[in-house]
Ligand binder design. Structure first.
Ligand SMILES: [Zn+2]
Length: 95
């Protein structure tokens, strides 16, 4: 299993953390049962509905990335969530 990158403060909005980007917010709206963790958000996978999907921002790629631990195809997850690749592109404010 791929280790997910640690990007602190990129998920939860709060006084001690930078705000999450509009992209991250709009992506998270598309998923169910989102719960913020220290280094990413967990959400219900829209494909298998079992996996805890990890969702995080990767500023180096300029994208919101996600991964299902049960191995669902990224394209399937995107389609099931009603998103397109364009929806994953980071746009401000990026801290
Ligand atoms: Zn899944």
């Amino acid at each position: 299993m791929m280790e997910r990158p640690v990007i602190h403060g990129r998920c939860v909005q709060g006084a001690d953390r930078p705000s999450m980007s509009q992209t991250m917010q709009s992506v998270l709206v598309a998923f169910a049962r989102v719960s913020p963790e220290a280094d990413c958000c967990l959400a219900s996978c829209p494909v298998c509905r079992q996996g805890e999907l990890s969702v995080w921002e990767d500023p180096s790629q300029g994208m919101v990335l996600y991964d299902c631990p049960t191995g669902c195809e990224h394209q399937d997850i995107l389609a099931a969530a009603g998103l397109t690749v364009a929806d994953l592109k980071l746009r401000g404010p990026v801290v």
